[in-house]
Design a protein around this ligand. Structure first.
Ligand SMILES: NC(=O)c1ccc[n+]([C@@H]2O[C@H](COP(=O)([O-])OP(=O)(O)OC[C@H]3O[C@@H](n4cnc5c(N)ncnc54)[C@H](OP(=O)(O)O)[C@@H]3O)[C@@H](O)[C@H]2O)c1
Length: 227
């Protein structure tokens, strides 16, 4: 098999960590991009510590990738933050942090990743959220950021249509990852999907025919969205 390269943001924890392990098993050479180190020791894993909100740092990261490969077969824009709070409780700084990490970060990854797009090959996968389609009580900053992310993706898909690349967007409901550890509300973990459930959907997207993209895959636990 020809070597395939993937970039996964938010590789140090949760879904990004699971995605990296899955892709390594599938034979990809994987670049991981998080602020902290990713605890994966594998000869095909290259850890590039980066804050995706930092434009220069993202450019430097792609310079590093350029030393290894001219193109990425897969770009997974996954890094994100999630905090709960009503509009009245949420500080402007917290609100801006969501916009920076969940929209500006993916924007940097797309903007400077363009040079690594392989025509008719690259698959750009975004991990958005069901909160990017529906408002939830006390999730205003996160919902705003994921709705915004979806707008960015939709526009970029139109702009890059001529390149023959694929854009797929996964919009899961709650998945039991470390992101929930800092949430004070006591949500039942048994009503969340497992990371393995998420990887099953991801696997279906990765193995889909090369002429197919998934603009909106929404999936959630059978008990419904957490309220
Ligand atoms: N878990 C869920 O219920 C759920 C549901 C729907 C959608 N999602 C989405 O899935 C994605 C992953 O979430 P998760 O549940 O896996 O959360 P997580 O366990 O908290 O992981 C988030 C990842 O994003 C990275 N990250 C955060 N800010 C970053 C920055 N500025 N630069 C680079 N990396 C950054 C974190 O690494 P560092 O802290 O080391 O930077 C970490 O690796 C997010 O986009 C989230 O919105 C999650």
């Amino acid at each position: 098999m020809r070597t395939k390269y993937a970039l996964v943001t938010g590789s140090s924890s949760g879904l990004g960590f699971e995605i990296v392990q899955y892709l390594l098993e599938e034979g990809f050479i994987v670049f991981g991009a998080s602020r902290s180190e990713t605890e994966i020791n594998h000869s095909n894993f290259i850890d590039l510590c980066v804050d995706v909100t930092d434009e220069e740092a993202v450019q430097t990261m792609y310079d590093e990738i350029g030393k290894e490969t001219y193109g990425l077969h897969l770009i997974v824009n996954n890094a994100g933050i999630f905090e709960m709070g009503s509009v009245l409780e949420t500080e402007s700084e917290t609100f801006m942090d969501h916009l920076k990490t969940n929209i500006l970060g993916p924007f940097h990854i797309l903007k400077y990743g363009h040079d690594f797009v392989i025509e008719d090959v690259t698959h750009l996968i975004h991990i958005s959220s069901i909160a990017g389609k529906k408002g939830f009580e006390n999730v205003s900053a996160y919902c705003a950021s994921k709705f915004g992310l979806n707008g960015l993706i939709e526009s970029c898909r139109e702009e890059w249509k001529g390149l023959g690349v694929r854009f797929s967007t996964l919009m899961p409901g709650a998945v039991d990852t470390p992101v929930w550890e800092n949430i004070s509300d006591d949500f039942e973990r048994s009503k969340m999907l497992d990371p393995e459930d998420f990887i099953q959907v991801f696997d279906m997207v990765i193995k889909s025919p090369p002429n197919m993209q998934f603009p909106d895959i929404t999936f959630l636990h059978k008990s419904g969205a957490l309220e």
